[in-house]
Design a protein around this ligand. Structure first.
Ligand code: ADP
Ligand code: MG
Length: 484
C-alpha cells in the first residue's frame, strides 16, 4: 500500500526572492552579494534611532512586475508593518514587512507535469526587508554577523496549500526561478540565497475536507533539497499517523548530509510578532496607470509563449518546453522564425546542434551565430538544399570559426550546395549503372542490398554534390526500367 493511497499530501510553499535592485529597500546602501562584510551598513540599515527611511521605487516596480507575471491583483494603497522579534541578525529588533495588505494579491503560476499542467494558486506576494547574515561555521566559539544583507528588498511569494506532491513543488520552484530571471527581478540563485524556500507540509486522510496539522521545513538551499525534504517528511508523518501518533505543529530543518529533518521548535514556542503599521515609512500608492506602464515593459511571458508555440506554431509540448527553458532560447527562436517561419526546422537546429555549442550567461543561453545566419541555415535545411547532417558536420563548425561570413559565402567556400538538377543527377546515375553491370545484375536478381553500393558510386561520381534523396529516387527509377 502506498502512502498516497491512504493520505492526501498537502503542501504550501513560501518563497523569498532577493530583488536585484541597486540599493536597499529604505536606504542608499548598495545591494551587493559577496562584498566585504559590514561595508554597506548605514545608520538606516543598522536601525539607529532617528534615521529616516526612503522607499526604493525600483523595489516596488520589481514586486509589481512579478505580481503581473503571476496574474495577481495589484494593491493600490500600500503600507508597511513592523514585525517585532529579537534575533542578532536583525539590528532594529523588528523587520519591516507588509502584513494585512500585500502589494500583490492572489494570482497563479502554471506548472508543466507529465500528466498535463496545473495552475498553482498564490495567496499573495508581499514586500519586506531581508535580515543580516549570521555565520556560525567560521568559528567554534562564536558567531559572526554581517549586516550587508540587512535591508535588502525581498518579495515573499506565498502559495495556497494546493500543491500535492514533492514533484509539483519541484516543478513550481523551477518555474518560479525561471520567472524571476525571465522578468529580470532576481538572479534566482539558491546557493547564494537570492531565492529561498520554506515548505509547509501536512497529510490528511484521503478525500478529507479539513487540512491536517502542518510542519514547516526550513533551510532548503536547492530545488532538489526541497523535493527530498518533502519526500522524507511525508514518510515521517505517514509513519506517525500509521502508529496512531499525533503530528506536532513544528518548524523543522533539513539536513542535506543525510536527507533527514529534525525539529527546530514547536508552535507553542512561536513568536507573537506584535505587528503594527510602520510609523517611519510613508504609505505608497500603485495606481492603475503605473500598473499599465509596468505591464507594457514586461517581456512576453513563458505561459503566453507556450500557448503561441503549441497553438499558432503547432509545435509539440516537448518542443515548446525546450524553447522555454530560458528566455535566451525563447527570444532567439522568436527572432529566427520572424525571418523564416519554419518552426519545427528552427527548433531542431536551435535546440540541437546550435545549443550544444552555446554558452550560458546569467542563466540565459547565448547563441554564437547572428539571428540572420541561423534563419538562413534554417531555410536551407527546410528547402532540402542542405541536409541536417551536412549543416551540423560542415557548415556549423565553419561558421563558428568565421561568424561574420554570410551563409551563402560559407556554403560556396565549402562547396556544399547540392545538385538537385534532374538531368545532372540522372547522368551520374546512368554512368554508375554502366560502370557496374555486375551490381545491376545482382539487383535485378533480387539482391536489393547492392543499392547502397550504387548510391555510393553516384555520390562519388558527383563529388558529393548530388542530393541523396534525388539519387535514391532516380536510381530506383532507372533500375525499374532495366527490369522490364
Ligand atoms: P503561518 O502563519 O504559520 O506562516 P500561513 O497561513 O501564513 O501560516 O501559511 C503559510 C504557508 O503554509 C502557506 O503557503 C500556506 O499555503 C501553507 N499552509 C497553511 N496550512 C497548511 C496545511 N495545513 N498544510 C500544508 N500547508 C499549509
Ligand atoms: Mg510561515
Amino acid at each position: 500500500m502506498m502512502i498516497t493511497d491512504l493520505y492526501d499530501v498537502v503542501i504550501g510553499l513560501e518563497v523569498h526572492v532577493q530583488l536585484n535592485t541597486t540599493t536597499k529597500l529604505f536606504s542608499a546602501d548598495a545591494n551587493l552579494f559577496g562584498a566585504q562584510p559590514n561595508t554597506h551598513t548605514s545608520p538606516i540599515t543598522l536601525g539607529h534611532p532617528g534615521s529616516v527611511l526612503f522607499l526604493n521605487k525600483e523595489a516596488i516596480t520589481k514586486a509589481v512586475q512579478m505580481g503581473i507575471a503571476c496574474n495577481c491583483t495589484i494593491t493600490e494603497y500600500n503600507y508597511f508593518a513592523r514585525k517585532n522579534y529579537f534575533y542578532p541578525d536583525l539590528p532594529k529588533g523588528y523587520q519591516i514587512s507588509q502584513h494585512t495588505v500585500p502589494i500583490c494579491v492572489g494570482g497563479q503560476v502554471y506548472i508543466h507535469l507529465p500528466e498535463g499542467g496545473k495552475h498553482i494558486q498564490l495567496n499573495r506576494i508581499h514586500l519586506e526587508e531581508d535580515a543580516g547574515k549570521s555565520i556560525h561555521d567560521a568559528n567554534d566559539a562564536y558567531t559572526l554577523l554581517d549586516y550587508n544583507r540587512a535591508g535588502v528588498p525581498l518579495i515573499e511569494i506565498v502559495t495556497e496549500p494546493c500543491l500535492q506532491s514533492a514533484e509539483e513543488a519541484y516543478q513550481y520552484l523551477t518555474e518560479i526561478r525561471k520567472l524571476v530571471r525571465w522578468v529580470g527581478v532576481s538572479d534566482g540563485n539558491m546557493e547564494e540565497g537570492s531565492l529561498r524556500c520554506d515548505a509547509n507540509i501536512s497529510l490528511k486522510p484521503k478525500g478529507a475536507t479539513t487540512l491536517g496539522t502542518k510542519v514547516e521545513v526550513k533551510n532548503l538551499n536547492s530545488i532538489r533539497n526541497v523535493k527530498k525534504a518533502i519526500e522524507v517528511e511525508v514518510e515521517r508523518m505517514a509513519a506517525l499517523l500509521q502508529e496512531g501518533e499525533p503530528i506536532v505543529q513544528q518548524t523543522r530543518s533539513f539536513n542535506a548530509d543525510n536527507d533527514t529533518t529534525f525539529a527546530l521548535r514547536d508552535k507553542e514556542e512561536a513568536n507573537d510578532y506584535r505587528y503594527f503599521p510602520e510609523p517611519d515609512a510613508a504609505p505608497f500608492l500603485v495606481t492603475d496607470e503605473v500598473v499599465k506602464t509596468i505591464q507594457q515593459s514586461l517581456p512576453p511571458l513563458p505561459y503566453t509563449l507556450y500557448q503561441e508555440f503549441t497553438k499558432a506554431y503547432a509545435l509539440s509540448h516537448y518542443d515548446a518546453l525546450q524553447l522555454l527553458a530560458d528566455k535566451g532560447i525563447a527570444t532567439y527562436f522568436t527572432q529566427v522564425v520572424a525571418e523564416q517561419p519554419f518552426y519545427k526546422t528552427a527548433v531542431n537546429f536551435i535546440c540541437g546542434p546550435l545549443k550544444a555549442v552555446s554558452q550560458l550567461h546569467q542563466g540565459d543561453t547565448v547563441f554564437p551565430l547572428p539571428v540572420a545566419t541561423t534563419a538562413a541555415i534554417v531555410q536551407l535545411i527546410h528547402n532540402k538544399e542542405l541536409s541536417f547532417s551536412v549543416v551540423t558536420e560542415k557548415l556549423l563548425p565553419y561558421l563558428l570559426q568565421h561568424p561574420s561570413d554570410a551563409v551563402t559565402v560559407a556554403v560556396e567556400k565549402l562547396g556544399l550546395i547540392e545538385n538537385t538538377d534532374d538531368a545532372d543527377v540522372l547522368a551520374w546515375v546512368n554512368q554508375a549503372l554502366t560502370n557496374h553491370p555486375d551490381k545491376v545484375a545482382a539487383y535485378l536478381a533480387g539482391k536489393k542490398a547492392v543499392l547502397g553500393a550504387l548510391l555510393g558510386e553516384v555520390k562519388r561520381l558527383s563529388a558529393g554534390k548530388a542530393n541523396p534523396q534525388k539519387i535514391q529516387i532516380l536510381l530506383e527509377q532507372q533500375l525499374q526500367l532495366l527490369k522490364k
